[in-house]
Write a protein that binds this ligand. Structure first.
Ligand SMILES: [Zn+2]
Length: 282
């Protein structure tokens, strides 16, 4: 009798111990899982092991997001990082790209774009920025001229109006740099953003347009919300979508002295940037 009772207490004790171990273990797993989810979405892109569970400097955790500690109209500053991948011809190439800032949401549908969402459920993006992904996860395709994709592709019906957006922390209106054939019919605009206590110029590329709105040519100033064109499939036959690419003008480059067109999106002139760093939030 005494032994049986002792056994019973032993089992209760073991159960309590198991509960404590599992119970204490579970909460510790929660942040790790929560952190792992976006990394999986990104395909484990830029190494972020060092900030695991920790918000970037100057920010503090608020729920599942990091918020800025001080109110400021200066945007965050992202630095270009080196990345590389194998080209279709088998050569290893190295290039620069500006990855998404940790405090910017990974979910593309949290941002505003120049067109309404074209997918069911109010979703936008069929093909996302992938230059921060490991080589094996970057975009490949037999018909693509290059590997890696430094933009987001937004599907919509042909002819859907495209309205200019103001980028986050933008000062003044956008200036048209180029309107013509590049990525199909393409519009390049310059946007001056205040970030990190100074201004920087960015180039927005809207590609595969069906048409560009009348009166728009190099030098035209474009207000937020202004009609600039229509969605199409120029340069991407039968794949109707808007190719939206963001590039930051390199230090010391005066865009006014750069020949309009392809030279403006050359690696030496502008660095491709994860669009989520500068797109306005919805
Ligand atoms: Zn594209």
């Amino acid at each position: 009798m005494k032994t049986a009772l002792g056994d019973r207490w032993l089992w209760i004790g073991l159960a309590a111990l198991a509960f404590l171990v599992l119970g204490a273990g579970s909460p510790a797993l929660v942040p790790a899982k929560a952190h792992a989810a976006p990394a999986a979405d990104e395909g484990g892109g830029a190494p972020r092991a060092l900030d695991e569970g920790v918000c970037p400097r100057g920010t503090a955790p608020d729920g599942d997001a990091c918020i800025h500690l001080t109110a400021s109209d200066d945007g965050p500053v992202a630095e270009a990082q080196s990345n590389s991948h194998r080209t279709r011809s088998g050569q290893w190439t190295t290039y620069e790209q500006i990855p998404r800032l940790p405090e910017r949401p990974a979910d593309y549908d949290l941002y505003r774009y120049p067109i309404p969402p074209g997918l069911a459920g109010g979703r936008y993006v069929v093909s996302g920025y992938d230059l921060d992904l490991p080589d094996a996860k970057q975009r490949r395709g037999a018909t693509l001229k290059h590997v890696g994709h430094g933009a987001v592709d937004l599907p919509q019906k042909k002819g859907t109006p495209v309205h200019m957006i103001a980028l986050d922390h933008q000062e003044g209106d956008a200036e048209v740099l180029f309107a013509g054939a590049l990525f199909g019919t393409t519009l390049l605009t310059r946007h001056t953003l205040r970030e990190g206590g100074r201004t920087r110029d960015y180039v927005l590329l809207l590609g595969h347009l069906d048409s560009i709105a009348p009166g728009i040519s190099a030098g035209t100033m474009i207000k937020e919300g202004q009609l600039v064109g229509a969605v199409g499939d120029t340069g991407s036959p039968s794949l109707v979508h808007l190719h939206l690419e963001v590039r930051r003008v390199r230090e010391g480059i005066d865009l006014a002295k750069v020949p309009a067109g392809s030279a403006m999106i050359a690696e030496a002139v502008t660095v491709v940037c994860d669009p989520r760093n500068v797109l306005p939030l919805r």
